[in-house]
Design a binder for this molecule. Sequence first.
Ligand code: ZN
Length: 117
Amino acid sequence: MVGVSTGLARYGIEAPTVVRAPVTDPQDRTICPECGHPVGGTRGTQRIARPTVLDEDLTDADELLTHGYHCKGHPSWVVLPSHPDSVPDGWLSVEIELSDGRAREIPVAEPEVSASA
Ligand SMILES: [Zn+2]
């Protein structure tokens, strides 16, 4: 039931962050694939709680810091990571499973990766 806000955070149990690939609309604006809301102004460091990491070195990670966008139009946290090629140096590429079941490389803050190695 990814994407459903359970309200469990108040009991200290955090729902996994919804992670989707950003898409662009016909006007070339970056939008949320879930609701179509423009997210261009939110570009920066984003936190992903309880990611499904496919990279063997990082499968135990409780959270990751990625670079990209987030959409405010949902009760749950929706993060849209940039492509690793489009972010500055200092970010590593880590493969995770998105909330739609597809695998994708996302940028992850370098200290994060070396700390868990
Ligand atoms: Zn949205």
